[in-house]
Design a protein around this ligand. Structure first.
Ligand SMILES: Cc1cc2nc3c(=O)[nH]c(=O)nc-3n(C[C@H](O)[C@H](O)[C@H](O)COP(=O)(O)O)c2cc1C
Ligand code: SF4
Ligand code: SF4
Length: 436
């Protein structure tokens, strides 16, 4: 069985799965339950001067039958006294010495950062995570994403923290920024040991059409919240890759954003995460999801012959690059498996109205549709010579593996846009004719 343990900035964790800072990591009671369920670490709900929260504070995007495809919150940091949080961290650490407990912190002045750092160290935290990401409420007070959006301020505050740091310092970054790598570089320049990303994304999930105010509703009004859950995974993966692929950026990264199962976890690892943090999926399904995550990841690693989870960390990073380096002579086309086709014609409509008009509707006679599947209408047939291989039909097709995107052997040598431009400039070739 593959070894799931990881070393994150010198902190040993029995597995890469950590509870992210948020409601599931609010108390010692919850941390104990998380560890009983098998989580490798807990990043405590952000500790700072206690705040006052609103009712209500959450909303969601449901998509069809999928509840909480995306989750939105206007909650602030911990509403509990810092001393209560630090005492509970000490108790949890005493009970679970082999697990990771990270104190998430947010405060303002240099003196206060020093004070919170000292208290986090004294209570036995394995590391601290600086919350430079909260996009609502705290940023209006000059903290959270107000810090994470300004590399100079990141450097200043991480610098203050490093003056007294005796345990690893993780800087949690905001996605509400044009390019996250400048923020990551600032954290590194100031001496941070690691980064984590992403915190939540500015969002309004819906407008209540009776009150004409967005949700979550607070006495007839609302405010923008922070978006997270499955919907944000693609954004998180891209930001993760931006940092992991940044030349010279070599700090470990804790990946966060929409992780709900072992596949998501493996994808984050492959794009450069060394540890993983989960919030929304726990709020939706409870701590027990970690069992399937560990088992699924372990089975996947065994099937690939990997002895350790570290074998896949960063494996996908070199396979993502700039558009200008992609091969323009690569050709793939859509091919329909008529044994699986149910004749819904969604692919036809999509290609006809939304792509390149290269699916024809053909009389089904003679196409060998499986028993019971012969539709009483025409069936789709791809004109391969005109298909541009965009994938749209295979994405709309409701039947798994019914439309395969097949690679066609090309007689032409691979050529990227960059090479194409050079060859044109050198007079080595004529321009590729525009599409009719
Ligand atoms: C209700 C709620 C409260 C949160 N509170 C905090 C917090 O106190 N500190 C923090 O760093 N992140 C906080 N987060 C952000 C999460 O740690 C995480 O970065 C984000 O939710 C993305 O992960 P997910 O998609 O697994 O939820 C909170 C998220 C939610 C949903
Ligand atoms: S979308 Fe799929 S199932 Fe529907 S007609 Fe096209 S190939 Fe057949
Ligand atoms: S891959 Fe794109 S162009 Fe080709 S058949 Fe499908 S929708 Fe049409």
């Amino acid at each position: 069985m593959a070894d799931l343990s990881v070393d994150f900035a010198g902190i040993r964790s029995p597995n890469p799965f950590w509870v992210a800072s948020g409601p599931p990591a609010n108390t010692g009671y919850q941390a104990n339950r998380a560890f009983e369920a098998g989580w490798g670490g807990v990043v405590w709900k952000t500790i700072g001067d206690p705040i006052v929260n609103t009712a209500s504070r959450y909303s969601a995007m449901h998509l069809g039958n999928t509840r909480i495809a995306g989750f939105n919150n206007i909650e602030l940091i911990s509403d509990r006294a810092p001393e209560t949080n630090f005492e509970e961290i000490a108790e949890v650490k005493r009970r679970w010495p082999d697990r990771v407990v990270v104190a998430s912190l947010m405060t303002d002045t240099r003196k206060n950062w020093h004070d919170y750092m000292k208290r986090s160290t004294d209570c036995g935290s394995d590391a601290v995570e600086l919350n430079f990401g909260c996009p609502h409420g705290m940023c209006e007070r000059g903290m959270g994403s107000a810090v994470g959006q300004n590399p100079e301020v990141i450097e200043t505050i991480v610098g203050w923290v490093m003056e007294v740091a005796e345990i690893p310092v993780i800087v949690k970054l905001t996605p509400n920024i044009t390019s996250v790598k400048h923020a990551a570089r600032a954290a590194k320049n100031a001496g941070a040991d690691a980064i984590s990303l992403i915190n939540t994304i500015n969002s309004i999930t819906q407008v209540n059409l009776d009150t004409f105010a967005p949700e979550p509703l607070v006495d007839g009004k609302s405010t923008h919240g922070g978006y997270c859950g499955p919907a944000v995974k693609p954004i998180a993966l891209n930001m993760l890759h931006e940092c992991a692929a940044d030349p010279g950026f070599d700090l470990p990264i804790s990946g966060i954003g929409g992780i709900s199962n072992w596949r998501d976890a493996a994808e984050f690892l492959a794009l450069g995460s060394t540890s993983l943090q989960v919030c929304t999926a726990i709020m939706h399904y409870g701590f027990r999801i970690v069992e399937d995550m560990k088992e699924g990841l372990s089975d996947y690693l065994d099937a690939r012959g990997c002895a350790s989870v570290t074998d896949i960390i960063g494996k996908a990073v070199p396979n993502v690059g700039e558009w200008q380096n992609l091969n323009l002579n690569y050709k793939r086309v859509a091919r329909i498996d008529y044994d699986k086709c149910i004749g819904c014609n969604l692919c036809y409509v999509a290609c006809e109205d939304g792509a390149h008009q290269c699916i024809d509707l053909i009389d089904p006679a003679g196409y060998g549709l499986g028993p019971g599947r012969v539709p009483e209408k025409f069936i789709p047939q791809v004109r391969e010579a005109d298909c541009v291989g965009c994938n749209l039909c295979s994405l709309v097709c409701p039947v798994d593996d019914c439309i395969d995107m097949v690679e066609l052997r090309s007689e032409k040598q691979p050529m990227s846009w960059k090479e194409y431009q050079k060859r044109l400039a050198d007079g080595d070739m004529d321009p590729i004719p525009a599409h009719p």
